[in-house]
Design a protein around this ligand. Structure first.
Ligand SMILES: [Zn+2]
Length: 260
């Protein structure tokens, strides 16, 4: 993972995905560079979690500006831990946007240039999936509930069915998220299905990073095309919002993807 910036906004990029620039651009935002205060300090990009709407909107304008798109072309969703995948294309009415572009969506698939798709997280994984052959990307909100529902597989399926993507060509990046060091569950053997059980340790922690990699592999994404940042948001709360570290009330940082 490389520390860089968009205009003056600090961001991180993944080496595996950076090599497709300028055709494909991605970035992991941090909690820095915005205007929100208190537990939302400062670049909280999510509405409806206690932060002042005016500040969230200002933060989103900062993000859109850093990615050189009008605010209506910064696409987001009210995420609900579902496996619902939204294809983003020219049919979108960019003038209609109020707060989030979509409701009840947890992944975007996009093959259209100059639309910045943003996933919002604080401990959950965001996954960026790029097919350089067909020039289409998926960007996914995959917390443990999303991993259980296999939102990643649902996204790969849309990329395959609608755009002809072959998993063997896909490059996948997993953003900073809750690591195996901190992912305590109260009763994971009962809370999680059987296919998670091999990733539970003797302290009731679940290695969601390894699970996500195995899930990607099970969909025929090649291990050599998967980059895991190995950065735990709870341990690294100075740079990223962490739901668990903040015991619930905190902001969300953004993961961006866009074609040119
Ligand atoms: Zn940790």
């Amino acid at each position: 993972m490389i520390s860089t910036s968009r205009k003056s906004l600090p961001v991180y990029e993944l080496e595996f995905l950076q090599k497709f620039s300028p055709d494909f651009e991605h970035a992991i935002l941090t909690r820095h560079g915005g205007v929100s205060a208190g537990v939302f300090e400062s670049l909280n990009v999510r509405f409806g979690i206690g932060d002042d709407d005016v500040n969230v909107q200002k933060n989103r304008v900062i993000v859109a500006d850093a990615f050189r798109v009008p605010i209506v072309q910064l696409v987001s969703a009210n995420q609900t831990h579902s496996d619902h995948v939204q294809v983003v294309d020219e049919s979108l009415d960019f003038e209609e946007k109020v707060k989030d572009t979509f409701d009840d969506v947890d992944a975007f698939v996009c093959a259209v240039p100059n639309i910045a798709c943003m996933i919002q997280v604080a401990d959950c994984q965001a996954q960026v999936l790029y097919d350089p052959v067909h020039k289409v990307f998926g960007v996914v909100h995959a917390g443990w509930k999303g991993l259980v529902k296999d939102v990643t597989g649902a996204t790969l399926k849309v990329m395959a069915n609608k755009f002809g993507s072959i998993p063997g060509n896909i490059v996948a990046g997993i953003a900073p998220s809750l690591g195996p060091c901190c992912s305590y569950f109260s009763d994971p053997k009962n809370e999680l299905p059987q296919n998670f059980h091999q990733f539970i340790d003797d302290k009731n922690r679940v290695d969601l990073w390894s699970f996500a990699i195995e899930q990607l592999k099970s969909h025929s994404v090649k291990i050599e095309n998967i980059q895991l940042t190995k950065l735990c948001t709870q341990c690294k709360g100075d740079d990223f919002f962490s739901y668990r570290r903040s015991k619930g009330t905190t902001g969300r940082f953004g993961i961006m993807a866009m074609l040119h």
